[in-house]
Design a protein around this ligand. Sequence first.
Ligand code: HSE
Length: 453
Amino acid sequence: MYRDPVESFEPLHSPLAATRTLRVGMIGIGTVGSGTFRVLARNQAEIAARAGRAIELVIVAARNLERAAGIVGDSVALTADAMQVATHPDVDVVVEVAGGTGPALDWVLAAIAHGKHVVTANKALLAVHGARIFAAAREQGVVVAYEGAVAVSIPIVKALREGLAANRIEWVAGIINGTTNFILSKMRDEGLDFAAALAQAQALGYAEADPTFDIEGIDAAHKLTLLAANAFGMPLRFADAQVEGITALQGLDVACAEQLGHRIKLLGVARRQAAGVELRVQPALVPSGHLMAHVNGSMNAVMVKSDAAGLTMYYGAGAGSEQTASAVIADLVDVARLDGVAAAQHVPHLGVHAHATKALAVLPRAAVHTSHYLRVPVHAVGQIQAVTACLAEQKVPVRQVALAAERPGIGPQVLVLTGPVVQGTLDLAVHALQARPEAAGPVVTLRVEALEG
Ligand code: HSE
């Protein structure tokens, strides 16, 4: 129940803090906010038992107050002014689930400046402005928690920062955008074209307000940026990520990949190399027998390779109202336990490891080292040798070569799986192939990820 600020306010970080109700102000009551309200109310007793005290939603900021009242009834105060929630003296923690990188930045910074912890599911905000937000939080000794920002139902942030705390992480790779995974699954399973599959994903509520963020790989890159910073202790380097979405992906390549025993997934990959970190999102071939190839529909999965635990994998819903609420409330439980504990004693939510920042620059695209799929349109089936000879000349190792199954209206296509090679070498080889008289159209290349330990 909302109480008068003066009557119930106790300073944060006092020894008493851990024994009284954690008072939550929420900005936004759309899909995620309404789910958070429902789950908090439904599982009140369990949540309080795990948090060691009650967690109570006391005020909500909403654009449409009538609609918001329809969701929360009269149990929670409502305001149209988000800044009022961010700075409210009766709020211990601000949940920001409005989204966007505009006003949300001001609200989050204001909340931190007022000594409030922040829980957010806003991956774009943190990927783009995280350096400033986390610096402000460190200064104020408050927590900025963001489990709901990455692969919502999967506690991957907690797994990296706590469960794998003993490990040196070597790589993190995942399907971290539900919309594109849904689209790719529909294209493969039902032969739907891209536009029809996207329309279905939007109707089901998976897509971002601007679906460009999903289909161009930007949303996945936001999440990957957070995972890499968490895994490697490097700064948030969203601007340096190599990002490629699925809009240029052709149904023909989905089918040809299948012929070669692979499936195409939009993968986010952050891999540590001696010279730096690969930070990249792209459609990539994964062997059909690999668990990652069987992550379908809007589901997400993340694999982590670390030195002590080895290979671990995490799977769950990547979008959804209560699925995101689950992560938001888990963060609230953490905050309930941490409130009043000196900041230096928290496991950092985003540790920038002093030793790592210099070495862990993002590698340029040309230095990325993977295997590749090539589809080379040729004039005649007998020209397969010319393709392999050209690749040998360019020092690209060939692991598998085949002719694509015949399709009406499509000429012969040579399919190649290469061994591992740096992107710079592959680019030169593709340039050479394209210049050959046998090339009957644009050469298509995609990365191949073995995702092995
Ligand atoms: N649009 C996002 C997705 C929602 O499809 O994964 C969850 O971040």
